[in-house]
Design a protein around this ligand. Structure first.
Ligand code: BEZ
Length: 221
């Protein structure tokens, strides 16, 4: 089955975009990256999503994440639709602050497993689902999310998972349910008690459990 799995080096594809032809790895440079697809230009939910992504550009920049969108529409459609997207944010002056890939031949969408067989255009051709790929500076896939066309994504959640990915790439911790930056984190299970004590000088709190096992260990990162 085509697609990219966690830990895979993300394909270094070439693509036409609203900023010209790119090679994905060159586009990313040493940054983190987010590639997110939408089903179709000039559709309502997609417009709200890309407008939200545009409004959060500074938040992605702050985290060192380069943004790029993708759909099966042409560069010309992307350029025209971008004005509607920015108008949705009541910004008639600024260009869309990230490029959009024109995958009108669906080659990339097939390679990356992005097509939704249940959503089709008026000619019966499948549309791209709402995929999110977060790629690390090592060019490996760190996270993927796949939503159907009928459900818009939550870009605050995407920023939250990027915070988790970036924290857990640096420290031997995992982020618990509904974690947000500043909250306590969990010590990863593979770390021994002695290792945990040396890694986390601020201290480790272990919750007592009926099993007697000491795996629920909190610390402040
Ligand atoms: C939308 O963006 O509103 C949309 C696009 C394709 C199918 C359903 C909804």
């Amino acid at each position: 089955m085509p697609g990219v799995l966690l830990g895979d080096v993300f394909p270094n594809f070439e693509a036409e975009t609203t900023i010209g032809k790119i090679k994905f790895h060159d586009f990313l440079g040493d940054s983190w990256g987010i590639l997110f697809s939408h089903p179709k230009d000039f559709t309502p939910v997609c417009t709200t999503e890309l407008a939200c992504a545009a409004s959060l550009t500074k938040n992605f920049q702050k985290r060192g994440v380069k943004m790029i969108a993708l759909s099966i529409d042409s560069v010309e459609d992307h350029r025209n639709w971008s004005k509607d997207v920015m108008a949705f944010n009541d910004d008639l002056e600024s260009p869309l602050p990230f490029p959009i890939i024109a995958d009108d031949k669906r080659e990339l969408s097939v390679q990356l497993g992005m097509l939704d067989p249940d959503e089709r255009d008026k000619d019966g051709m499948p549309l791209t689902a709402r995929c999110v790929f977060v790629v690390g500076p090592d060019k490996k896939l760190k996270l993927s999310i796949l939503y159907p066309a009928t459900t818009g994504r939550n870009f605050d959640e995407i920023l939250r998972v990027i915070d988790s990915l970036q924290l857990t790439a640096q420290k031997k911790v995992a982020t618990p349910v509904n974690w947000k930056p500043g909250d306590k984190v969990m010590v990863i299970p593979t770390l021994s008690e002695a290792e945990a004590a040396s890694h986390f000088p601020s201290g480790v709190t272990t919750k007592e459990l009926p099993s007697g096992k000491k795996y629920l260990r909190y610390t402040q990162p």
